[in-house]
Design a protein around this ligand. Structure first.
Ligand code: SAH
Length: 355
Protein backbone atom coordinates (compact mmCIF):
# COMPACT_ATOMS: atom_id res chain seq x y z
CA UNK A 1 0.00 0.00 0.00
CA UNK A 2 1.40 3.38 -0.84
CA UNK A 3 1.47 6.09 1.80
CA UNK A 4 -0.82 9.07 1.19
CA UNK A 5 0.24 12.32 2.76
CA UNK A 6 -1.57 13.64 5.79
CA UNK A 7 -4.57 15.70 4.73
CA UNK A 8 -5.48 17.71 7.75
CA UNK A 9 -8.16 20.24 8.57
CA UNK A 10 -8.42 23.68 7.00
CA UNK A 11 -5.98 25.19 9.46
CA UNK A 12 -3.06 22.93 8.56
CA UNK A 13 0.18 24.64 7.65
CA UNK A 14 2.16 22.94 4.96
CA UNK A 15 5.59 24.49 4.51
CA UNK A 16 6.32 25.25 0.87
CA UNK A 17 9.66 23.48 1.06
CA UNK A 18 8.38 20.13 2.23
CA UNK A 19 7.19 17.59 -0.30
CA UNK A 20 5.01 15.88 2.33
CA UNK A 21 3.36 17.59 5.29
CA UNK A 22 4.98 16.54 8.55
CA UNK A 23 2.82 14.82 11.14
CA UNK A 24 4.04 16.79 14.17
CA UNK A 25 1.46 19.40 15.18
CA UNK A 26 -1.47 17.22 14.06
CA UNK A 27 -4.21 16.40 16.56
CA UNK A 28 -5.31 12.90 17.51
CA UNK A 29 -8.38 13.39 15.27
CA UNK A 30 -6.23 14.34 12.28
CA UNK A 31 -3.85 11.46 12.91
CA UNK A 32 -6.73 9.02 13.25
CA UNK A 33 -8.21 10.19 9.95
CA UNK A 34 -4.81 9.73 8.33
CA UNK A 35 -4.20 6.18 9.60
CA UNK A 36 -7.68 5.23 8.44
CA UNK A 37 -6.92 6.61 4.98
CA UNK A 38 -3.99 4.26 5.06
CA UNK A 39 -6.35 1.34 5.63
CA UNK A 40 -5.38 0.99 9.30
CA UNK A 41 -7.79 0.71 12.24
CA UNK A 42 -8.69 3.94 14.06
CA UNK A 43 -6.88 3.02 17.29
CA UNK A 44 -3.56 3.32 15.47
CA UNK A 45 -4.19 7.11 15.42
CA UNK A 46 -4.01 7.23 19.22
CA UNK A 47 -0.87 5.09 19.15
CA UNK A 48 0.74 7.36 16.58
CA UNK A 49 -0.16 10.42 18.69
CA UNK A 50 1.39 8.84 21.77
CA UNK A 51 4.61 7.93 19.95
CA UNK A 52 4.98 11.37 18.37
CA UNK A 53 4.21 13.51 21.44
CA UNK A 54 5.18 11.30 24.37
CA UNK A 55 7.78 8.89 23.08
CA UNK A 56 9.51 11.42 20.80
CA UNK A 57 9.67 9.12 17.79
CA UNK A 58 11.53 10.62 14.84
CA UNK A 59 10.69 8.03 12.17
CA UNK A 60 7.51 6.03 11.68
CA UNK A 61 9.76 3.04 10.97
CA UNK A 62 10.59 2.97 14.70
CA UNK A 63 7.03 2.57 15.98
CA UNK A 64 7.31 -0.99 17.19
CA UNK A 65 3.58 -1.43 17.86
CA UNK A 66 2.82 -0.94 14.15
CA UNK A 67 2.73 -3.90 11.74
CA UNK A 68 6.11 -4.46 10.11
CA UNK A 69 4.96 -4.07 6.51
CA UNK A 70 3.11 -0.83 7.20
CA UNK A 71 6.12 0.60 9.03
CA UNK A 72 8.13 0.03 5.87
CA UNK A 73 5.43 1.61 3.70
CA UNK A 74 5.25 4.80 5.75
CA UNK A 75 8.94 5.04 6.67
CA UNK A 76 9.41 8.10 4.44
CA UNK A 77 6.49 10.12 5.80
CA UNK A 78 8.20 12.90 7.77
CA UNK A 79 7.41 13.22 11.44
CA UNK A 80 8.86 16.75 11.33
CA UNK A 81 11.61 16.71 13.95
CA UNK A 82 14.77 18.80 13.72
CA UNK A 83 18.38 17.89 14.50
CA UNK A 84 20.35 19.56 17.31
CA UNK A 85 23.13 21.29 15.40
CA UNK A 86 24.74 23.02 18.39
CA UNK A 87 24.03 23.25 22.11
CA UNK A 88 25.57 25.58 24.67
CA UNK A 89 24.97 25.81 28.39
CA UNK A 90 25.29 29.11 30.26
CA UNK A 91 26.52 29.13 33.88
CA UNK A 92 22.95 29.86 35.04
CA UNK A 93 21.75 26.57 33.47
CA UNK A 94 20.07 28.19 30.46
CA UNK A 95 20.62 26.06 27.37
CA UNK A 96 20.72 27.48 23.87
CA UNK A 97 20.12 25.20 20.91
CA UNK A 98 20.69 25.77 17.24
CA UNK A 99 18.28 23.43 15.48
CA UNK A 100 18.68 22.33 11.89
CA UNK A 101 15.43 22.13 9.94
CA UNK A 102 14.68 19.79 7.05
CA UNK A 103 15.73 22.41 4.45
CA UNK A 104 19.02 23.08 6.25
CA UNK A 105 17.94 26.39 7.83
CA UNK A 106 18.91 26.97 11.45
CA UNK A 107 16.74 28.41 14.22
CA UNK A 108 17.45 29.09 17.84
CA UNK A 109 15.59 27.81 20.87
CA UNK A 110 16.35 28.46 24.51
CA UNK A 111 15.56 26.24 27.52
CA UNK A 112 15.31 28.24 30.74
CA UNK A 113 15.12 26.20 33.96
CA UNK A 114 14.08 27.74 37.28
CA UNK A 115 13.27 26.01 40.54
CA UNK A 116 9.73 25.08 39.63
CA UNK A 117 9.51 25.79 35.93
CA UNK A 118 11.03 24.82 32.64
CA UNK A 119 10.36 27.58 30.11
CA UNK A 120 11.11 27.31 26.41
CA UNK A 121 11.67 30.42 24.33
CA UNK A 122 10.63 29.46 20.80
CA UNK A 123 11.39 31.04 17.43
CA UNK A 124 8.57 31.58 14.95
CA UNK A 125 10.59 32.62 11.88
CA UNK A 126 14.06 31.99 10.47
CA UNK A 127 15.47 35.48 11.06
CA UNK A 128 13.14 38.48 11.39
CA UNK A 129 12.05 41.26 9.02
CA UNK A 130 11.22 43.84 11.73
CA UNK A 131 14.76 45.26 12.04
CA UNK A 132 14.47 46.69 15.57
CA UNK A 133 17.65 48.68 16.07
CA UNK A 134 18.71 46.97 19.32
CA UNK A 135 18.03 43.36 18.30
CA UNK A 136 20.61 40.94 16.88
CA UNK A 137 18.02 38.80 15.08
CA UNK A 138 16.80 41.78 13.06
CA UNK A 139 20.35 42.60 11.98
CA UNK A 140 20.65 39.20 10.30
CA UNK A 141 17.71 39.58 7.92
CA UNK A 142 14.74 37.32 7.30
CA UNK A 143 14.52 33.91 5.60
CA UNK A 144 11.09 32.34 6.09
CA UNK A 145 8.20 31.51 8.40
CA UNK A 146 8.30 28.34 10.47
CA UNK A 147 5.61 25.68 10.07
CA UNK A 148 3.60 24.55 13.09
CA UNK A 149 5.65 21.35 13.38
CA UNK A 150 8.86 23.40 13.53
CA UNK A 151 7.50 25.37 16.49
CA UNK A 152 6.18 22.33 18.38
CA UNK A 153 9.46 20.52 17.68
CA UNK A 154 11.41 23.15 19.62
CA UNK A 155 9.39 22.43 22.75
CA UNK A 156 9.72 18.64 22.42
CA UNK A 157 13.47 19.00 21.84
CA UNK A 158 13.98 20.95 25.07
CA UNK A 159 11.67 18.61 27.00
CA UNK A 160 13.63 15.57 25.85
CA UNK A 161 17.02 17.17 26.44
CA UNK A 162 16.15 18.26 30.00
CA UNK A 163 14.16 15.05 30.63
CA UNK A 164 11.66 17.28 32.36
CA UNK A 165 8.20 18.49 31.40
CA UNK A 166 8.11 21.91 29.83
CA UNK A 167 5.80 24.08 31.95
CA UNK A 168 5.85 27.36 30.01
CA UNK A 169 6.43 28.50 26.44
CA UNK A 170 7.24 32.07 25.42
CA UNK A 171 7.07 33.02 21.73
CA UNK A 172 10.02 35.37 22.17
CA UNK A 173 12.77 33.77 20.10
CA UNK A 174 13.70 34.72 16.55
CA UNK A 175 10.97 36.28 14.46
CA UNK A 176 7.72 38.19 14.77
CA UNK A 177 4.91 35.76 15.76
CA UNK A 178 2.10 37.91 14.35
CA UNK A 179 3.64 37.78 10.88
CA UNK A 180 3.17 34.01 11.08
CA UNK A 181 -0.17 33.89 12.87
CA UNK A 182 -1.49 30.74 11.22
CA UNK A 183 1.42 28.52 12.26
CA UNK A 184 1.63 30.19 15.66
CA UNK A 185 -2.07 29.54 16.37
CA UNK A 186 -1.78 25.96 15.13
CA UNK A 187 1.28 25.49 17.36
CA UNK A 188 -0.58 27.00 20.35
CA UNK A 189 -3.39 24.51 19.79
CA UNK A 190 -1.00 21.58 19.55
CA UNK A 191 1.13 22.66 22.54
CA UNK A 192 -2.07 22.94 24.53
CA UNK A 193 -3.93 19.82 23.40
CA UNK A 194 -1.19 17.44 22.29
CA UNK A 195 1.79 18.37 24.46
CA UNK A 196 -0.43 19.31 27.41
CA UNK A 197 0.71 22.83 28.33
CA UNK A 198 -2.01 25.15 29.72
CA UNK A 199 -2.90 28.14 27.53
CA UNK A 200 -2.18 30.50 30.41
CA UNK A 201 1.37 29.21 30.43
CA UNK A 202 1.89 30.31 26.82
CA UNK A 203 2.99 33.88 26.03
CA UNK A 204 2.99 35.44 22.57
CA UNK A 205 5.24 38.49 22.27
CA UNK A 206 4.79 40.97 19.43
CA UNK A 207 6.23 44.29 18.37
CA UNK A 208 2.76 45.09 17.01
CA UNK A 209 1.43 44.53 13.49
CA UNK A 210 -1.65 46.51 12.51
CA UNK A 211 -4.94 44.55 12.99
CA UNK A 212 -3.20 41.38 14.12
CA UNK A 213 -3.69 41.88 17.88
CA UNK A 214 -7.42 42.34 17.28
CA UNK A 215 -7.45 39.19 15.11
CA UNK A 216 -5.61 37.28 17.80
CA UNK A 217 -8.16 38.43 20.39
CA UNK A 218 -10.99 37.11 18.22
CA UNK A 219 -9.65 33.59 18.75
CA UNK A 220 -10.64 33.95 22.43
CA UNK A 221 -7.55 32.22 23.69
CA UNK A 222 -6.33 32.39 27.26
CA UNK A 223 -2.70 32.89 26.21
CA UNK A 224 -0.78 35.88 27.57
CA UNK A 225 -0.10 38.70 25.15
CA UNK A 226 3.15 40.61 25.56
CA UNK A 227 3.68 43.75 23.51
CA UNK A 228 7.15 45.18 22.92
CA UNK A 229 6.38 48.84 23.53
CA UNK A 230 9.88 50.08 24.44
CA UNK A 231 9.00 53.79 24.36
CA UNK A 232 6.34 56.06 25.88
CA UNK A 233 5.68 58.07 22.70
CA UNK A 234 5.62 57.66 18.94
CA UNK A 235 8.67 59.81 18.16
CA UNK A 236 10.99 57.81 20.39
CA UNK A 237 9.43 54.48 19.43
CA UNK A 238 9.98 55.11 15.71
CA UNK A 239 13.63 55.87 16.34
CA UNK A 240 14.38 52.47 17.78
CA UNK A 241 11.66 50.45 16.00
CA UNK A 242 11.50 51.52 12.34
CA UNK A 243 8.48 49.27 11.67
CA UNK A 244 6.48 51.47 14.08
CA UNK A 245 6.43 54.38 11.59
CA UNK A 246 3.17 53.50 9.84
CA UNK A 247 1.53 52.26 13.05
CA UNK A 248 1.12 55.02 15.64
CA UNK A 249 1.43 54.06 19.30
CA UNK A 250 -2.16 55.26 19.88
CA UNK A 251 -3.46 52.72 17.35
CA UNK A 252 -1.32 49.96 18.84
CA UNK A 253 -2.60 50.70 22.35
CA UNK A 254 -6.20 50.89 21.10
CA UNK A 255 -5.85 47.34 19.77
CA UNK A 256 -4.33 46.26 23.08
CA UNK A 257 -7.37 47.68 24.90
CA UNK A 258 -9.60 45.65 22.59
CA UNK A 259 -7.54 42.57 23.44
CA UNK A 260 -8.21 43.14 27.14
CA UNK A 261 -11.93 43.70 26.53
CA UNK A 262 -12.39 40.66 24.30
CA UNK A 263 -10.24 38.15 26.21
CA UNK A 264 -10.47 39.47 29.77
CA UNK A 265 -6.70 38.98 30.04
CA UNK A 266 -4.32 41.76 30.96
CA UNK A 267 -1.59 42.71 28.50
CA UNK A 268 2.04 42.68 29.45
CA UNK A 269 4.21 45.48 28.01
CA UNK A 270 7.90 44.87 27.44
CA UNK A 271 10.13 47.89 27.76
CA UNK A 272 13.80 47.58 26.92
CA UNK A 273 15.96 49.97 28.96
CA UNK A 274 18.59 51.73 26.83
CA UNK A 275 20.83 54.08 28.82
CA UNK A 276 20.18 57.74 27.99
CA UNK A 277 17.65 56.83 25.31
CA UNK A 278 14.40 55.78 27.01
CA UNK A 279 15.38 55.22 30.66
CA UNK A 280 14.89 58.67 32.19
CA UNK A 281 12.36 59.35 34.99
CA UNK A 282 10.34 61.51 32.60
CA UNK A 283 10.02 58.54 30.25
CA UNK A 284 8.70 56.45 33.14
CA UNK A 285 6.17 59.15 34.00
CA UNK A 286 5.02 59.46 30.39
CA UNK A 287 4.70 55.67 30.16
CA UNK A 288 2.63 55.60 33.35
CA UNK A 289 0.29 58.25 31.97
CA UNK A 290 -0.18 56.28 28.75
CA UNK A 291 -1.01 53.10 30.58
CA UNK A 292 -3.26 54.62 33.23
CA UNK A 293 -6.51 52.71 33.64
CA UNK A 294 -5.21 49.88 31.48
CA UNK A 295 -5.18 46.31 32.78
CA UNK A 296 -1.49 45.84 32.20
CA UNK A 297 1.87 44.92 33.57
CA UNK A 298 5.22 46.43 32.56
CA UNK A 299 8.19 44.15 32.14
CA UNK A 300 11.44 46.14 32.03
CA UNK A 301 14.27 44.44 30.11
CA UNK A 302 17.69 46.00 30.71
CA UNK A 303 19.42 46.00 27.32
CA UNK A 304 21.55 42.96 26.47
CA UNK A 305 24.55 44.04 24.41
CA UNK A 306 24.86 43.13 20.74
CA UNK A 307 27.81 43.85 18.46
CA UNK A 308 26.29 46.07 15.81
CA UNK A 309 25.11 49.02 17.92
CA UNK A 310 26.52 50.91 20.86
CA UNK A 311 23.53 51.18 23.14
CA UNK A 312 24.34 50.74 26.82
CA UNK A 313 22.53 49.00 29.63
CA UNK A 314 21.56 51.55 32.30
CA UNK A 315 23.26 51.35 35.71
CA UNK A 316 21.16 49.65 38.36
CA UNK A 317 20.30 52.88 40.24
CA UNK A 318 18.79 54.23 37.00
CA UNK A 319 16.79 51.03 36.57
CA UNK A 320 15.56 51.25 40.17
CA UNK A 321 14.59 54.91 39.71
CA UNK A 322 12.50 53.95 36.64
CA UNK A 323 10.80 51.17 38.63
CA UNK A 324 10.07 53.57 41.48
CA UNK A 325 8.33 56.12 39.27
CA UNK A 326 6.08 53.41 37.80
CA UNK A 327 5.29 52.04 41.25
CA UNK A 328 4.44 55.49 42.57
CA UNK A 329 2.06 55.80 39.63
CA UNK A 330 0.49 52.42 40.61
CA UNK A 331 1.67 50.62 37.49
CA UNK A 332 2.45 46.91 38.00
CA UNK A 333 6.11 46.45 37.09
CA UNK A 334 8.87 43.85 37.15
CA UNK A 335 12.43 43.77 35.86
CA UNK A 336 13.48 40.87 33.68
CA UNK A 337 17.15 40.26 34.20
CA UNK A 338 17.78 38.10 31.18
CA UNK A 339 18.99 34.56 31.60
CA UNK A 340 21.59 33.03 29.34
CA UNK A 341 23.66 36.16 28.63
CA UNK A 342 26.90 34.14 28.66
CA UNK A 343 25.58 31.78 25.99
CA UNK A 344 24.41 34.67 23.78
CA UNK A 345 20.97 33.30 24.51
CA UNK A 346 19.39 36.31 26.19
CA UNK A 347 16.60 38.46 24.73
CA UNK A 348 17.69 40.06 21.51
CA UNK A 349 20.95 38.15 21.24
CA UNK A 350 19.65 35.31 19.12
CA UNK A 351 21.26 35.05 15.74
CA UNK A 352 22.32 32.14 13.64
CA UNK A 353 25.80 33.35 12.85
CA UNK A 354 27.47 33.23 16.28
CA UNK A 355 28.87 29.71 16.12
N1 SAH B 1 9.29 39.89 17.73
C1 SAH B 1 8.74 39.72 19.02
C2 SAH B 1 9.40 38.64 19.87
C3 SAH B 1 10.91 38.55 19.88
S1 SAH B 1 11.96 39.40 20.95
C4 SAH B 1 8.71 41.04 19.78
O1 SAH B 1 9.26 42.00 19.28
O2 SAH B 1 8.10 41.11 20.83
C5 SAH B 1 11.56 39.23 22.60
C6 SAH B 1 11.85 40.53 23.38
O3 SAH B 1 13.27 40.82 23.46
C7 SAH B 1 11.23 41.74 22.70
O4 SAH B 1 10.60 42.55 23.66
C8 SAH B 1 12.44 42.43 22.13
O5 SAH B 1 12.22 43.77 21.86
C9 SAH B 1 13.47 42.19 23.21
N2 SAH B 1 14.85 42.49 22.77
C10 SAH B 1 15.33 42.53 21.51
N3 SAH B 1 16.64 42.85 21.51
C11 SAH B 1 16.99 43.01 22.81
C12 SAH B 1 18.23 43.32 23.46
N4 SAH B 1 19.36 43.52 22.77
N5 SAH B 1 18.22 43.39 24.81
C13 SAH B 1 17.09 43.15 25.52
N6 SAH B 1 15.91 42.83 24.96
C14 SAH B 1 15.85 42.77 23.63
Amino acid sequence: MSATPLVSSANSTIPETATLPPLLGASVTELTAWVQQQGQPAYRGKQLHDWIYHKGVRSLADISVFPKQWRTDVADIPVGRSQIHYRSVAPDGTVKYLLQLSDGQIVETVGIPTEKRLTVCVSTQVGCPMACDFCATGKGGYKRNLGRHEIVDQVLTVQEDFQQRVSHVVFMGMGEPLLNTESVLDAVKSLNQDVGIGQRSLTISTVGIRDRIRELAQNHLQVTLAVSLHAPNQALREKIIPSARPYPIEDLLAECREYVEITGRRVSFEYILLAGVNDLPEHALELAKRLRGFQSHVNLIPYNPIQEVDYKRPKSDRIQAFVKVLQQQKIAVSVRYSRGLEADAACGQLRTSNL
